[in-house]
Design a protein around this ligand. Sequence first.
Ligand code: ADP
Length: 654
Amino acid sequence: MTDSGGCELRDALERERILKERLAESEKERATLEAVLFASTARLAYWDTKTCNAFANRAFLDAFGYEEKVVGQHASEVVRDSVDAPLWAAALRGEPQRVARTIESGGKTRHVVVTFEPDVRDGEVHGFVSTESDITELHTALVLSEQRNDLLMMAEEVARIGHWRFDVATSEIYWSPQMYKIHGRDPATFHPGTGPEILAAYHPDDRKKVHDFMATSVSTREPFEFVHRLYLPNGELRQVESKGRCEVDPETGTTRTLFGIYQDVTERNRERETAARQERLVTAGTLAAGVGHEINNPLMYVSANIDLALEGVRALEGSVPQRRIDDLLELLADSREGSERIRRIVRGLRAFSRPDAPLAPTDTRSALDISESMSGHELRSVATIIHEFRDNSLILADESRLAQVLVNLLVNAAQAFVTQDPKRNEIVVRTLGIESERMAIDISDNGPGIPADVLPRIFDPFFTTKDVGKGTGLGLSISHSIIASMGGELTCSTEVGAGTTFRITLPKAKDVAFSDTERVSAPPSTKRRRGRVLIVDGEPAVRRSIERVLGDEHEVVIAESSQEAIEIIGHGERAFDVVFCDIALPLLSGVELFRRIRDRDPALADRFVFMSGGVYDPEAAQFLDGVPNERIEKPFNSQNLRGLARRFAAARDD
Ligand code: ADP
């Protein structure tokens, strides 16, 4: 053996030793790896190019019920099912495969993901690895979270509340579907991230407020809550409430996101305002009705006495210097005019007190009379009012509520004029029969008209184009519902530059004699008979004034109470032609008196005329609605009272 031969041998031995060491190491690594893979909870197996098993871990073997290894066996034997055969073939072509499966076994449902990953080395497929991971828990959590999300979206839709999230670092904004709805935007085309556009949708006075609330919240990390106004793309202005808070990074202490909810509160606020307003109206109404009632009685005898004084002064003609008579007549005429105006105003006040008053045959002219005297100061200096009564039929309505609507339409017309020029500005009030059973009342002005973009909204509550303090935006919406509640319609036609017409359509009253003493016309005086009249009223001055008015023509008998009336009627030799009976009598009411008389003498009960100061208790109102008797509202004027008494007297003559 040469030296060089000895060296070679040593080198060869050394190489063999290193090789053995490396082999041992790699064997150790392989065993470790195999142990790891074998213990993995995910199911793992390796298949060679013939789809025969080269490795299967514990989880895999357990799943298919093997006690021992299955090395060398074909996949179809191992899994006892070859539905995956196409996937194996694809994996062996070098194409990775992945499928999600739901497996029902032993009454349990499992969700798994199966993969077949080709083992490609040096551009050659040596086999493939199959894995199966159980994602049941993940799947359940996912489904739950989806369900929760669906529920959230449903709740948002029902409550019309949206939610949003703003990432401070990236400035990215997320909007829930309801956010888009509240903003009137299409999620397909609108991106809330494009800041200026969304800020432009806020009312100019609110933009700074929105910005400041957000900025303060980011720096102070305090929650925020505020209301601001939002313009929809169609120009509508809505009120929205925004509530939110920050999510803080626990490590850095900085604000990570802002998130919150967003709600359209326009309707809610409207309802609150309407309720508050309604409450104020009820209080004002109760007050107005009470005051009206208190004024009615004294006004009644003031008016009646003025009439009598006028007649008395006229009777002095010839015996007193004419100038003195003329002075007195003028004075009394002025007083009469004054008391007439008070009477109209008091009647107007009833609009507050009886919002659900029953419908009765009504003369448009008298409702108009009330409204014009109530809105007089707004109208006279602005426009000339022209009346065109083409149809004088009575309509079925409540005079006070109709008057309320007419006041509103007249004032609206007056306020629409740009200038205060009664020579140029005209308001025409026209009544005309339309269809067979209906009547139209048109209120037309030659004002500026209503622009097309305003017209669709004029009947909306709180919509107004007028300055703060001048318009509430409630007039037309209330008028619309009043007319609808009386079975009618309120419509509008307009032309910019030419003027506007509001039309009230109401059913005509059928088969009506009369119900309002103001329209009573007395039968010709030649036929007059001295009638017998009973007056039942608790107030002495009222009794006296009626007695004075009727005493010349009729025998007037007075009763201070229902009990006294019952006695008088019981003892009377000659029946009364008419009984004027106050409703609000103390102790035994007028209604109670009527009931008792009706039991004994129904014909006399038919000749009862009820007098009222305009306020009914609901029970009395209901009762009176059910009987055909006349009703007259105090104060009534002398002429009409006489006319009514004559009519009853004449009727008993026939
Ligand atoms: P308000 O009078 O308080 O504004 P309304 O409900 O009565 O409330 O009216 C709503 C709006 O309809 C008014 O602000 C006005 O723009 C319009 N309007 C009503 N009547 C007329 C009219 N005769 N001419 C022009 N515009 C009118």
